[in-house]
Write a protein that binds this ligand. Structure first.
Ligand SMILES: [Zn+2]
Length: 426
């Protein structure tokens, strides 16, 4: 069995959208209140024990107080809250429990990071725009009838594509972004549900910004053309509107909707591309992209003077982030795994500077979009050369052999009458 997440855009009447918005508000307040409780009790205990000889030992005296802030204790308190507040009582209790669980998970990951010496990331209070998901671990809160899902306290939601027959729903969540509703189902499926028939080809993939990705077969996945002009137009309109005005709220909603639409467009293109790649090839290799490194800002000079290339690099960073190459790689990875394909990540270092024919590495061989080997003269598209290197690093020299472009390169070399090259190739 494999666990996977299926996402559906869902539709409901206005009451449903309102119910989701209300539930988000209620559960968010619960989340923030629980966080506040944990924080204040901890601060108080810390303050009282800070100067003890052994603070850890001293804090044991406050165990009861600290225990009252635990997930378990908060969960119990929910009964009282539901008795006192009608709006909380009318909401499905599981949605409320999920918000408390979410906080507990946030703390758990904070503690585990702290234990590793990565101290940052204390759970934060959530403003409305950072709390868009209702998550539920217990599937009994949802009932499916045909193409509708019914959640107590939310209502009926229709979806358009059917749930796969063999999927067993384990948990679900509802996300509201802009004016759209999404239903995410965490499902368990039989292993062979996604298995694909074996194919013969192997592929190396170079990801970048000229094209979104270049395959070692010479096929390119074009980048998604983003509507930067539209984005600026929305931003300008928003900037012109008076703060706190009704018009501004409307423009903000329009801008959020625009961003969401762009995001969906990129994601859909990513799904199409990753599915096509996994369908076609049985062995797939990608670069282990160093995205934080790729999108690093140009460092300021010592005296703080601006350096050359800052604007270009900023534009490039924006483009790299918008193309969502990480998403593409992740989708290929999980689709490959569930389809039973071989999937490999190779270090991306030097794949663009190394000649895929003679393996000589020279930074001068890479001339923007073309690759021209300074050692053997092999010439081809720079991204294609990198894709060949990715393929070779992952699956060895043999994986390159069936490629047409490769033999063309060799023939070209031989016709130039370079004997040493002939010997090396043979
Ligand atoms: Zn070469």
């Amino acid at each position: 069995m494999v666990m996977t997440t299926l996402q559906f855009r869902v539709y409901g009447n206005t009451a449903v959208y309102q119910a989701v918005e209300d539930a988000l508000t209620l559960t968010r307040h619960l989340y923030n209140a629980a966080l506040e409780h944990r924080k204040t009790v901890w601060e108080r205990v810390k303050h009282r024990t800070e100067f003890a000889d052994n603070p850890t030992q001293a804090r044991k005296a406050f165990k009861e107080e600290l225990d009252a802030t635990s997930y378990k204790a908060h969960n119990k308190e929910l009964t009282g809250i539901r008795a006192d507040f009608e709006d909380y009582a009318s909401l499905n209790r599981r949605l409320e429990v999920a918000a408390l669980k979410r906080l507990d998970d946030a703390y758990k990951s904070f503690f585990s990071r702290a234990a590793k010496g990565l101290g940052k990331g204390h759970p934060r209070f959530k403003p409305a725009h950072r709390f868009r998901t209702l998550g539920v671990a217990n599937v009994q809160a949802i009932k499916f009838v045909g193409n509708t899902a019914r959640v107590k306290g939310i209502g009926k939601m229709r979806f358009r594509k059917p749930i796969p027959e063999h999927a067993v729903v384990k948990s679900f969540s509802i996300t509201k972004k802009g004016r759209r509703l999404w239903l995410q189902l965490q499902v368990e499926m039989p292993d062979d549900e996604f298995r694909l028939p074996r194919s013969v080809d192997a592929v190396g993939i170079d990801m970048g910004v000229n094209d979104r990705a270049m395959l070692s077969t010479g096929e390119a996945i074009p980048r998604v053309e983003l509507d930067w002009k539209g984005k600026r137009r929305h931003q300008r309109r928003l900037a012109r509107a008076k703060k706190g005005s009704h018009a501004r709220a409307k423009k903000r909603a329009a801008y959020a909707n625009f961003c969401e639409r762009e995001r969906i467009r990129v994601r859909n293109a990513t799904h199409q591309a990753s599915a096509a790649i996994v369908k076609k090839f049985s062995r797939i290799a990608v670069e282990d992209l160093n995205l934080p490194g790729m999108t690093r800002q140009v460092r300021k000079a010592e005296d703080g003077a601006p350096r050359k290339g800052v604007a270009q690099k900023r534009g490039l960073n924006r483009e790299i982030l918008a193309q969502n190459l990480g998403q593409l790689r992740e989708q290929i990875a999980y689709k490959a795994e569930r389809a039973g394909r071989d999937f490999m990540k190779v270090p991306s270092q030097y794949t663009s500077q190394t000649c895929s024919l003679c393996l000589v590495r020279d930074v001068k061989s890479r001339k923007s979009k073309r690759f021209g080997c300074t050692a053997c003269g092999y010439q081809l598209d720079a991204d294609l050369n990198a894709a060949h290197n990715v393929l070779r690093l992952a699956f060895g020299e043999d994986a390159l052999k069936p490629l047409g472009t490769r033999s063309a390169g060799r023939q070209l070399r031989l016709s130039m009458g370079d004997l040493s090259a002939e010997i090396r190739v043979a």
